[in-house]
Design a protein around this ligand. Structure first.
Ligand code: FUB
Length: 346
């Protein structure tokens, strides 16, 4: 008899739950493109245009497993549009895995930054030893093509890099993701190949942060844990899986406060926590986006012409967890600075 993996079972249960919630409801927004599958959208405004740096989902034939082996992406395409609701342009292949000398497989969620005339693409990919590292590639255009550095960023590991420029001009990278993202294998920045996942009563894994050097290709300090606390100022335990960090870190600043948002992974929420410094501590405030159709939930939050937007994905076009489509919807704040929770289907 065919063995059903835990992820397949969880996907099945989640799909039933999300489809049940969706009954009679419609998605609040439509896919931005439908000619390719795209996910994990990191949006930025460069040169007055909106650029989206997504994962490029494909059907590679890789078997689904508990480590996300079916997310077997091999390149990045960058999308752009002049305004929200405008025509979306696909700029073609911006970086191919075959042009990254150290890469093995699985190009996951990227991000981008601009500094001093150069655009930087940050991307997680497994190296030839099957360990996730973060690479950097450069271009003089926001849409690429990008040229990868010959080695991954020194001291980098795990997945989902997200680069934030603070108002004083300092750049920070947030990263990390558990399970297939391998964060559980890293303790005090040391690699432990056979590390077991934490037990429910243990303190949950924390995302990582490091200040960037002005070269934008290296960390200026040792990688640290981002301090993420529950509503009572206590660390989350692993069993708080509807609120604790899983993957998909994103930072934005609103009214002088730092908003750290992330996915809870196996419970599929996009949550956020607020703090007074890029390092935290961040105190949990609530849900930005309720679970979407598909297993993963991954996003970015940016301000465009005085309005705020959430870029996210679901699987509206394919119904398959690894073939996603990016979307955008407006994000609103309450007068006290909390975010109004978005229901993806109404
Ligand atoms: O796209 C592959 C992985 O799925 C991302 O790195 C995670 O954040 C999840 O969205």
């Amino acid at each position: 008899m065919k063995r059903i993996s835990i992820s397949t079972l969880l996907l099945f249960i989640t799909s039933i739950a999300v489809f049940a919630q969706m009954e009679g409801k419609k998605p609040i927004s439509q896919p931005l493109v439908s000619h390719i599958f795209t996910a994990d959208p990191s949006a930025h405004v460069f040169k007055g245009k909106i650029y989206i740096y997504p994962s490029h989902d494909i059907e590679s034939g890789a078997k689904e497993d508990d480590e996300g082996g079916h997310f077997d992406m091999k390149d990045y395409h960058i999308l752009s549009m002049k305004k929200i609701g405008g025509k979306v342009k696909d700029h073609g292949v911006a970086l191919d895995i075959k042009d990254v000398p150290w890469a093995g497989r699985q190009m996951w969620a990227p991000d981008a930054a601009y500094h001093n005339g150069t655009y930087y693409l940050y991307f997680p990919v497994k190296d030839k030893q099957d360990i996730f590292r973060i690479g950097v590639a450069t271009s003089n255009k926001p849409q690429g093509p990008f040229k990868a550095e010959p080695e991954p960023m020194k001291g980098s590991y795990s997945i989902d890099p997200s680069v934030f420029k603070d108002t004083d001009g300092t750049y920070y990278m947030y990263f990390g993701g558990i399970w297939g993202g391998q964060l559980q294998r890293w303790d005090d920045n040391e690699y432990h190949a056979n590390a077991a996942l934490k037990k429910p009563e243990e303190v949950a894994y924390l995302p990582r942060i490091a200040k960037m050097n002005p070269d934008m290709k290296s960390f200026a300090e040792e990688v640290k844990e981002v301090q993420l606390l529950d509503e009572n100022g206590k660390p989350f335990l692993e069993k708080n899986n509807d609120k604790r960090f899983f993957e998909a870190a994103w930072m934005h600043k609103y009214n002088g406060k730092y908003y750290f948002s992330y996915s809870t992974g196996d419970t599929h929420n996009l949550c956020y926590a607020i703090g007074d410094s890029p390092y935290g501590p961040f105190t949990y405030k609530g849900i930005v986006l309720k679970p979407v159709q598909g297993w993963t939930n991954h996003h970015s939050i940016i301000e465009i012409k005085g309005k705020w937007y959430l870029f996210y994905h679901d699987v509206q076009l394919s119904g398959k967890t690894h073939l996603r489509n990016v979307k955008v919807t407006e994000l609103k704040y309450n007068p006290d600075g909390t975010i109004q929770t978005i229901e993806p289907y109404k």
